[in-house]
Design a protein around this ligand. Structure first.
Ligand SMILES: [Zn+2]
Length: 501
């Protein structure tokens, strides 16, 4: 494909503006995304970032860039708040579940990767995620091939990086920790545009925890197994004693080892603007004496209708499982995310998700009607607008609007279908699969569309039996449905029903 690198614009957080995208090396993009802390199940709120930046990766590849991308799993050292002296999120969960910290990490890495697969998030290298990967038996290099990185696999690299920072005179040590000394990095407050007084209370409170910490904004590079962390489960030897790394060092270390000293795009949630990312910049400057990251992209969050951020701790967020239980197509969730710019805060309600599903299914149905197995040609006009929309800071709402317009256009049916499937290389909505499935299944409808009360009741009973793995009852209910003139087939997203002719 012809490369169209000239006109790409992206929004860079520090510059507070859309700017021309000019990577370090023309045609190549190194991209690092701060990934999930793996201690809990995913929900509608925290899946957004993954989908948003999956589309960014897909878009850059679609435009012809040679993309190398890494996403990490934080499986050590992320405290319950942004402060250095909180409770380790993973160890806290390990205590709750009475498991080893490493088992908690394995368990939730498996969970998050499966969840990403279900909503069509690709591996960072652009390949599809395999089903049910065996997290316990996948090596560091196998993860790295796919573009994933587990923090605990990179402890020696973190120690190496901290040693560089120390060698350049940017650290000091107390009884409790090795700190980054921000007085050696005067631009520190520039990135977040914040003053020290505006930093989180939690960060200022840390001074009370360690009286020898010199400046409230200094942050931990290495935490010693000392004081409140005397019994920390995960710990390693280091030049600063037995302990574990601070949260911020992992991203600098893994991005350095896997992508080098020139990273074009670094992404994360907007909550990382004030602390995690300035700390990464400080670490990079401290180790290498120059900036590493060229552009910083941040996604916004999902809020409730009353403006509360969706979070597990507030129990106001629907889990992916709950979305499935509501019989909502997961591609509708993906559509929902893409219907806003990644930079815009979103309001979530089940109704908004259902209306996304309605639009998504109407597009699929329209494509099904148009699908005639003829080889279509891409509409150059639509393709041009499509590429312009991608190149305008990954403008997914505009692409969805364009897709809606396309399926209603009077172009040749096969050209509409071909062009829509082309868009889907970036959108990842499984349009082709959904269309072919609809054709294959003839007049089958999803069980949620059945109106007859008595049939609906049997279907629900059967759903219950299947959940309890009561196969005998489930088979009996299948028979019952058949006697009443309905055939049922079981698929990943539930039961599908057709009339027996
Ligand atoms: Zn990070």
């Amino acid at each position: 494909m012809e490369k169209e690198f000239d006109s790409m614009k992206i929004y860079d957080t520090p510059q507070k503006n859309k700017v021309d995208f000019e990577p370090y090396n023309e045609g190549r993009v190194n991209m690092y995304s701060c990934g999930p802390t793996v201690y809990n199940t995913v929900h509608v709120g925290n899946l957004r970032s993954l989908v948003n930046f999956d589309v960014v990766g897909r878009s850059l590849r679609y435009l012809g860039y040679d993309v190398k991308r890494v996403v990490n799993f934080t499986d050590v050292g992320h405290m319950s708040s942004d402060a250095d002296f909180g409770e380790d999120k993973i160890e806290r969960q390990a205590e709750r579940e009475n498991l080893k910290a490493s088992d908690i990490a394995d368990k939730y890495i498996h969970h998050v990767v499966e969840s990403f697969r279900k909503i069509n998030v690709l591996n960072p290298d652009g390949s599809p995620i395999r089903e049910n990967i065996d997290v316990k038996n996948i090596s560091k290099s196998e993860w790295a091939e796919l573009g994933w990185a587990r923090a605990t696999d990179y402890i020696p690299e973190m120690i190496e990086l901290i040693s560089l920072i120390e060698g350049n005179g940017h650290t000091y040590e107390t009884d409790q920790a090795l700190y980054f000394d921000i007085s050696t990095f005067p631009e520190y407050f520039e990135f977040s545009g914040q003053k020290l007084e505006e930093k989180q209370v939690a960060v200022r409170e840390d001074v009370k925890e360690d009286p020898n910490k010199r400046h409230p904004a200094d942050f931990v590079l290495w935490m010693k197994r000392y004081g409140k962390y005397k019994n920390h489960m995960m710990h390693w030897n280091s030049p600063w004693g037995d302990g574990f790394p601070g949260w911020h060092i992992e991203c600098s270390a893994m991005s350095w080892k896997l992508l080098g000293e020139q990273i074009d795009i670094h992404t994360g949630g907007s909550d990382l603007i004030s602390l995690h990312h300035p700390n990464e910049i400080a670490q990079n400057m401290g180790a290498f004496g120059h900036h590493v990251v060229k552009y910083w992209l941040h996604n916004e969050f999902v809020f409730t209708s009353s403006g509360e951020k969706l979070s597990k701790s507030k129990s106001n967020a629907l889990s992916l499982k709950e979305v499935e239980e509501l019989d909502i197509n997961l591609m509708a969730l993906r559509w929902y995310y893409l219907s806003s710019s990644y930079r815009a805060p979103m309001r979530f309600s089940i109704e908004s998700l259902k209306s996304s599903e309605k639009v998504y299914l109407s597009v699929v149905n329209r494509l099904k009607q148009l699908y005639n197995q003829k080889e279509g040609e891409l509409s150059q006009e639509y393709l041009k607008h499509f590429k312009e929309s991608i190149s305008d800071n990954f403008n997914t709402p505009r692409i969805l609007a364009l897709l809606n317009k396309l399926v209603k256009s009077d172009l040749k049916p096969e050209d509409i279908v071909a062009t829509a499937f082309e868009f889907d290389r970036v959108l990842g909505l499984d349009l082709k699969k959904a269309v072919l499935q609809k054709i294959e299944n003839g007049d089958e409808v999803h069980s949620s569309e059945i109106k007859e009360e008595d049939i609906k009741r049997i279907i629900e009973e059967r759903e219950k039996a299947r959940k309890q793995k009561n196969w005998k009852e489930s088979d009996e209910l299948r028979e019952e449905l058949f006697k009443r003139g309905y055939r049922v087939s079981d698929r990943e997203d539930g039961q599908y029903i057709s009339k027996v002719h």
